[in-house]
Design a protein around this ligand. Structure first.
Ligand SMILES: Cc1cc2nc3c(=O)[nH]c(=O)nc-3n(C[C@H](O)[C@H](O)[C@H](O)COP(=O)(O)OP(=O)(O)OC[C@H]3O[C@@H](n4cnc5c(N)ncnc54)[C@H](O)[C@@H]3O)c2cc1C
Length: 387
């Protein structure tokens, strides 16, 4: 789509983008309607992602990955997302589970879990609970010393890739009196007795992904602990700093797909003897879509570039996630409007995108939570550096 700004990619990122586009066109887009209809997790897609090294794209080479930059990863996720939102979300769930291990795991843990991931045996990120999503410090799962290890007890909710992943980074209170400063993280293998994958969520969108709960009542050795005792909330937030840029890439893929659908329909559908796109009411909508999608895309690639340069992306990542997910919302909404009655009905792509989009403003920190993060940063800056 020439109307939308395109990032100038380095050669490696462009190669990943081209491969993602080819696989997306040939394999993932044709599957998307069926995955959505049947809420089916696509194991054949995982095989393709493993075969073509996408699952370990962002992991360092020394742990079996491809050592790609975040720019390359974002380019791949965004492109997959233009073909199938579920495939892009699955790829992001892999990265989200890997991050706590990458940031705080020992070399032995990295060597084991990250290599497992490159073979398709993923790790999922299990922070949320029914009573604690936005307010992660309020989790109630506990980890209490038992012999040389820890007894983990609790129930984690809405785990991306839940059930499909082999391993789980489970966040639990090791010192409940310290609230957010008393949380630690532990690796759990779903094959362990005492780990029960419970109830799959019946979702509005991204129905090709699997989201489920995990109940644990089991003992893990201390060697299953990721990072320092009582420091894991910080680890979760550092993970989400990158995760938000990945959700931003999912958002961009979806927004571009919605724009293409809308633009296509605007030239094909005629009313009163002319294409509907010839009416300013529709043409201006498309112009606004192209403008804000371009602006959002610049923000996304700048956030990924800043991350690759070692800059702090906590605010820029929050802004990118907030803006791109809301742009994706408007793009999907406009696509439905431009498709009219058909856009409201299955099996149009516009209808599916409208539902797939909705989660982007909720998971990995809702839009309100991004605004909270940013408003706190604004206040801090104003207090520290009054004009
Ligand atoms: C498909 C899916 C996949 C997911 N994947 C994962 C995963 O892999 N791992 C994981 O740990 N979790 C996962 N989650 C959980 C997800 O991150 C949470 O649902 C999300 O953080 C919101 O938490 P909540 O649902 O408890 O909503 P709540 O925290 O109850 O919030 C409800 C509403 O209130 C708003 N709100 C809350 N606090 C404030 C405030 N202070 N100011 C203004 N507004 C506020 C929120 O923005 C939201 O609109 C997933 C969820 C879904 C649906």
């Amino acid at each position: 789509m020439t109307e939308i700004w395109k990032p100038t990619l380095d050669e490696i990122s462009a190669r990943w983008q081209t491969l993602a586009d080819r696989l997306g066109r040939e394999r993932f887009a044709p599957l998307a309607p069926e995955l959505d209809r049947d809420q089916r997790y696509p194991w054949e897609t995982i095989e393709t992602l493993v075969e073509h090294k996408f699952v370990g794209l962002f992991l360092p080479r020394q742990w079996g990955g491809e050592g790609a930059s975040l720019v390359s990863t974002v380019a791949a996720v965004e492109t997959l997302g233009t073909h199938c939102a579920s495939t892009a979300a699955i790829m992001c769930a892999y990265q989200l589970g890997a991050f706590p291990i990458l940031l705080a795991g020992t070399d032995k843990q990295k060597d084991f879990y990250l290599r497992e991931m490159t073979q398709g045996r993923a790790t999922s990120f299990a922070l949320s609970e029914r009573i604690a999503g936005s307010d992660a410090a309020a989790i109630e799962a506990t980890a209490v010393r038992e012999g040389d290890g820890w007894r983990l007890k609790g129930e984690k909710y809405w785990i991306g890739n839940g059930g499909a992943s082999r391993y789980y980074v489970v966040f639990a209170k090791t010192d409940p009196a310290l609230a957010g400063r008393g949380i630690s993280a532990f690796m759990v293998d779903k094959e362990q007795p005492g780990a029960v994958i419970d109830e799959l969520s019946d979702k509005m969108g991204i129905r090709g992904t699997q989201t489920s709960n995990l109940k644990v009542d089991l003992v893990v050795p201390d060697s299953a602990r990721i990072g320092e005792v009582n420091r894991a909330l910080r680890l979760a937030l550092q993970t989400l700093n990158v995760g938000r840029i990945m959700v931003s890439a999912q958002s961009m893929g979806l927004a571009i797909a919605a724009f293409k659908e809308a633009a296509k329909r605007a030239v094909q559908r005629k009313t009163f003897g002319q294409p509907i796109g010839d009416n300013q009411g529709i043409g201006f909508k498309l112009a606004d879509m192209a403008t804000e999608i371009s602006a959002a895309r610049m923000m996304l690639y700048e956030a990924a570039r800043a991350y690759d340069n070692g800059e702090d992306v906590s605010n820029l990542g929050a802004m990118a996630k907030l803006f791109t997910s809301e742009v994706a919302h408007r793009a999907a909404d406009n696509a439905v409007q431009i498709w009219g009655g058909l856009g409201y009905c299955k099996p149009t792509i516009a209808e599916r995108l409208y539902r797939d989009q909705r989660i982007l403003e909720i998971y990995e920190g809702s839009s309100e939570i991004q605004r909270l993060v940013l408003s706190r940063a604004v206040r801090k800056e104003a207090e520290e550096h009054p004009a």
